[in-house]
Ligand binder design. Structure first.
Ligand code: SF4
Length: 340
């Protein structure tokens, strides 16, 4: 089965590979590791459509890993704004600096794993796609395809071990990078979460879930725990065409990002509801946002003619707020404050 699966999948990929800015065409020399690494870090928890403009902007500004390594961290954080999961941007800079110091990207999974912030998935993807090393690359798309192909009934996340073993069994020794990308493409375009298009699938003859009927029910997912709800306030302090912005502490949620001041809410507790300075505050509404471990209801309070609060921050011209690199949560809060 293994050879048939990989041969059929690679034939399908040769004809149907998605064209993506970080990709090389099937069967052509591998793309530069910098492009593979940058795209894979950006693609974690984010869609291809969302990543494309960021990838192109990053490449235009920092065309190689050395350029990114010498960029100030705050510039990279600001360019990342809107992509979410901001610890990835901080790790991106750390990793670029480590690679620049080494003088090249390591080629094996185990050496790649030693780079700061580089997890098992990303290491496997770079080893396979950039260096043609045989590696078992399992992202959420691949997880879904493999769970269906082998009719793995165990719920996720416990099923990950079985999925990995099964994925290993069908991974070929040659064209490892193309195989990994073919699996990703199959999951993204044919073996989709809700409505698998089995009639178009190159693996349909080998697929156990299809033979059993109703493949869309796999993979089974363990019920999610309800996320705790936290409440907080954020403050739009406007004075003479400018708004007061702060830089968030380096660690913690949205760490190191430029933001509106807030009342100290975090994953474990709601905020203090203490404004940064006395004044007349008006509510502009509530922004709702879901983080990995909690949901947040953030009330946006505005004050016009506000005086400068204690502590570090800067008056930022409202006309060029787009250039401040606010993360999505605070960009939404800013839009709400300005709509009043
Ligand atoms: S046959 Fe259907 S369920 Fe099986 S891998 Fe292909 S698209 Fe997915």
């Amino acid at each position: 089965m293994a050879a048939t699966v990989s041969d059929n999948l690679l034939d399908w990929y040769d004809a149907h590979a998605r064209e993506l800015p970080w990709r090389a065409k099937p069967g052509t020399p591998s793309p530069e590791p910098y492009r593979v690494w940058l795209s894979e870090v950006m693609l974690q928890q984010t869609t291809v459509a969302a990543v494309k403009p960021y990838f192109e902007a990053f490449l235009a500004r920092w065309p190689n890993v050395e350029a990114l390594a010498s960029a100030p961290e705050e510039d990279v954080m600001a360019a990342w704004a809107g992509l979410g999961y901001y610890s990835r941007a901080r790790n991106l800079v750390k990793c670029a600096r480590a690679v620049a110091e080494l003088g090249h990207f390591p080629e094996t999974e185990s050496d790649l794993r030693r780079l700061p912030g580089l997890g098992a998935y990303t290491a496997a993807a770079i080893a396979a796609i950039a260096f043609e090393k045989r590696a078992v690359v399992v992202d959420a798309n691949v997880e879904r395809v493999v769970a269906r192909l082998f009719a793995i009934e165990e719920p996720l996340p416990a099923a990950r071990k079985a999925i990995r073993i099964a994925a290993d069994a069908i991974t070929p020794d040659m064209r490892a990078g193309d195989f990994a990308q073919a699996m990703m493409d199959l999951g993204a375009t044919i073996c989709t979460a809700r409505d698998p298009r089995c009639l178009l699938c190159p693996l349909s003859n080998a697929c156990k879930a299809r033979a059993e009927g109703d493949p869309g029910r796999l993979p089974v997912k363990a019920p999610k725990k309800a996320k705790p709800l936290r409440q907080g306030q954020t403050y739009w302090m406007e004075n003479d065409g400018a708004v007061w912005l702060v830089r968030r502490p380096g660690t913690g949620i949205l760490g190191g990002m430029r933001a509106l001041p807030d009342d100290g809410w975090n994953a474990r507790s709601s905020g203090s509801m203490q404004a940064p300075s006395p004044g007349i505050w008006e509510s502009a509404g509530v922004v709702r946002h879901t983080f990995t471990h909690f949901s947040l209801e953030l009330t946006v309070l505005t004050s016009l003619g506000a005086s400068q609060p204690d502590g570090q921050g800067e008056w930022w011209p409202i006309d060029s707020l787009d250039e401040a690199g606010l993360p999505t949560l605070f960009a939404k809060a800013a839009r709400l404050a300005q709509s009043g």
